[in-house]
Design a protein around this ligand. Structure first.
Ligand SMILES: Nc1nc2c(ncn2[C@@H]2O[C@H](COP(=O)(O)OP(=O)(O)OP(=O)(O)O)[C@@H](O)[C@H]2O)c(=O)[nH]1
Ligand SMILES: [Mg+2]
Length: 169
């Protein structure tokens, strides 16, 4: 066995050496917002193939590099608790896109709060020209609103932007 390993060493070296590194993937900076409990950390951890058990509420912000086949998204998640939300706008600078995560099964009051936060984000000078993704999360819950229902709740915001809002679940 040792002899075979010895023989194959130069081949391995050549293969490693001549193949070269893969072409670099473009990187984009995104900001991820949404009320506490909407599932931002869970979503990003899942996309990074990390353990999604025992996730705790984000205090402040947290950054993850989310790898895709053709790009790397550097996503900055901003904690969604009320005492953190008032500082969100301080962390918008440099963003190239926005992910807004929504708990589709939340109460009417929470939905109203989420709508107000989304409204502010859509109008913010540092975000208003960027692509927005609104993710209707918690779709597995019986009380979840369908994407169509969420769309009806949020549809009028699309008049604020030239680019159409995109809804995914
Ligand atoms: N049933 C269900 N639970 C979810 C879903 N997404 C997240 N959760 C749960 O919701 C809880 C809160 O999720 P987090 O990912 O911490 O939410 P967050 O938006 O990061 O919250 P903050 O960091 O406080 O802003 C966790 O217990 C998750 O397991 C979902 O789609 N369905
Ligand atoms: Mg979080």
């Amino acid at each position: 066995v040792l002899k075979n390993i010895q023989l194959s060493k130069p081949l391995c070296f050549r293969a490693l050496c001549c193949k070269g590194p893969p072409p670099p993937r473009p990187e984009y900076d995104l900001v991820c917002i949404g009320l506490t409990g909407s599932g931002k950390t869970s979503l990003l951890s899942q996309l990074c193939s990390e353990n999604t058990e025992n996730i705790v509420s984000t205090t402040g912000f947290s950054i993850k590099a989310v790898p895709f086949q053709n790009a790397i998204l550097n996503v900055k998640e901003l904690g969604g608790a009320a005492n953190i939300r008032k500082y969100w706008s301080r962390y918008y600078q440099g963003s190239q896109g926005v992910i807004f995560v929504l708990d589709s099964a939340s109460s009417e009051d929470e939905l109203e709060t989420a709508r107000n936060e989304l409204h502010s984000a859509l109008q913010h000078p540092q975000l208003c020209t960027l692509p927005f993704l609104i993710l209707a999360n918690h779709q597995d819950k019986p009380a979840a609103r369908s994407v169509q229902e969420v769309l009806l709740c949020f549809a009028f915001f699309s008049f604020l932007k030239e680019v159409k809002l995109q809804f995914l679940s």
